[in-house]
Design a protein around this ligand. Sequence first.
Ligand SMILES: *[C@@H]1O[C@H](CO)[C@@H](O)[C@H](O)[C@H]1NC(C)=O
Ligand SMILES: *[C@@H]1O[C@H](CO)[C@@H](O)[C@H](O)[C@H]1NC(C)=O
Ligand SMILES: *[C@@H]1O[C@H](CO)[C@@H](O)[C@H](O)[C@H]1NC(C)=O
Ligand SMILES: *[C@@H]1O[C@H](CO)[C@@H](O)[C@H](O)[C@H]1NC(C)=O
Ligand SMILES: *[C@@H]1O[C@H](CO)[C@@H](O)[C@H](O)[C@H]1NC(C)=O
Length: 549
Amino acid sequence: MPRSSTRWSVPASTAMAGLLMVQSLPAQVLASVSNPDLLAAPPMGFNNWARFECDLNETLFTDTAQAMVNRGLRDVGYNRLNLDDCWMTHERATDGSLQWNTTLFPHGIPWLAKYAKSHGFHLGIYEDAGNATCGGYPGSLGHEEQDAESFANWGIDYLKLDGCNVFSEDGQPLRDEYRQLYSKWHKILSGMQDPLIFSESAPAYFSTNATDWAIVMDWIPEYGELARHSDDVLVYSGEGSAWDSIMVNYHYHTLVVRYQQPGYYNDPDFLIPDHPGLTDVEKRSHFALWASMGAPLIISAYIPDLSDSEIEFLSNKDLIAVDQDPLAEQSALVSRDSDFDVLTRSLANGDRLLTVLNRGNDTSKTTIPITRLGLDSGCKYKARDLLTGTVSTIKDAVDITLESHATSVLRITPPRKCTKITPTGMILNTATSHCLTASSTGVTFESCQAADSQVWHVSSHGSKLTLSPLSDKSKCLATSAGGVTLASCNGGSGTVWSHYMTGHLQNDKGGCLAESGGAGRLGTCSLEQAGQILGLPSGVRLAEGAAKK
Ligand SMILES: *[C@@H]1O[C@H](CO)[C@@H](O)[C@H](O)[C@H]1NC(C)=O
Ligand SMILES: *[C@@H]1O[C@H](CO)[C@@H](O)[C@H](O)[C@H]1NC(C)=O
Ligand SMILES: *[C@@H]1O[C@H](CO)[C@@H](O)[C@H](O)[C@H]1NC(C)=O
Ligand SMILES: *[C@@H]1O[C@H](CO)[C@@H](O)[C@H](O)[C@H]1NC(C)=O
Ligand SMILES: *[C@@H]1O[C@H](CO)[C@@H](O)[C@H](O)[C@H]1NC(C)=O
């Protein structure tokens, strides 16, 4: 892959980490971040899984397509119809090819693809990298080329590749087995004349181990256009709290901000607007959160029966525009306390987006100083509430009052003289969710309390970065005598840092910032140290390659 053409490059130490046997990439890779045009914005559409699981059929898809046309969803951008598991028969045909279930799809999948196309949709399909799908149907292991060819011949242009039933046969780490299989698919799909969009489920199989999860995430944006990083959202008939399951996926989503870029999108799973376990406030909040973060917007609901108000909030053009923004930044956390999460990101036209979520159980109010969004104080900003359409003027701070579980999204337009934006927000240990905290004696990792000592300005210093807490902007994160401390921001040795796609924050004197027993320390940079994998504000420029030991 041409290194200079994108901000992604293969971290050298990732390749060394697990004795990988990844085949070299074809000379011309036509997918993912090397070719953002293949999927220039997060996908939008329908998938049957969370609503119907294995109860899918042709009628469900044609009725859904009709409803999406009639109710305006297609015309606001929901243009994909994606089949999930259980569409096929239990046996491959005698020539080894996959077959659709003719009871469920009497006219056949190629017919459905044509039907979709003639109604303005793309058809997507589901398979599995292992020897069986999660539902027990034939997996693609050993049939990768043949299956890819079938899908293309059927008129499919999107593949969700699940990761059930992947086994490591020769004792190599399981995560390396996944890497081999997904890399093989990447080669096949991206080498096609019209590459299929590739949705990778691999990271979801590693989300319970921070080390493995981060190492898997490191290769994900190179191979595909989107990836499911965490568990399935609660299905319609599932037991438990749908809101809690949304919050779990949201949480994981906040940890992988740095990977998202044009051509690759983190996927926190489906929107479930007819889930019986959600309140109206929660349904709206779910959509607003996903859209404001720039996530795929794939509805898993019975669309013909959605209420008019559900269709209306799913069709919010201002939020959809933010979701599809060409800069493709993902919002990152600015602050977190017991009730509120505050997130921000930039938009392509220079606007700043503010997202506030009330995770708490009561209606509450919070005040967000404009400096926390990386904007200059002393200016007047125009703010448009994207859920209500209300326009207001913000000076030094914005007050937000939210019901329990509600989300507010403000699109903030700076005046001409105040367009400078400094990436600003939490520095989060993604393994413990602790916040880097400035104190008079140095830095610690503590539970997040939305304090100024936990909100950091990240400034460019040549090709490197300096990091300064809002509690004392004259001080910068620095190393001295192997420890981590705060020193005056003179750009001197020890006060400049590089941040990598892997999550490492490396000091110019060597060593990576790590949480160690609550303290902030410098350690030998290593992919195996989960305490070194940090989340920084969105918009921070990443260094090429990987941190060196
Ligand atoms: C198709 O699937 C839907 C949703 O599961 C179900 O309600 C409907 O009865 C099915 N139709 C046919 C013809 O099987
Ligand atoms: C096709 O699906 C129907 C309905 O789920 C099922 O009864 C039947 O066994 C399936 N046919 C094959 C060949 O798998
Ligand atoms: C898949 O592979 C595992 C491990 O080798 C084996 O136990 C299982 O029977 C295989 N399943 C299928 C459907 O081939
Ligand atoms: C997490 O994965 C790492 C790397 O594979 C392994 O060394 C570690 O033991 C795992 N941790 C747990 C708690 O399983
Ligand atoms: C909200 O209520 C639930 C259930 O009663 C409880 O588990 C949770 O901790 C509460 N959340 C907060 C932020 O207080």
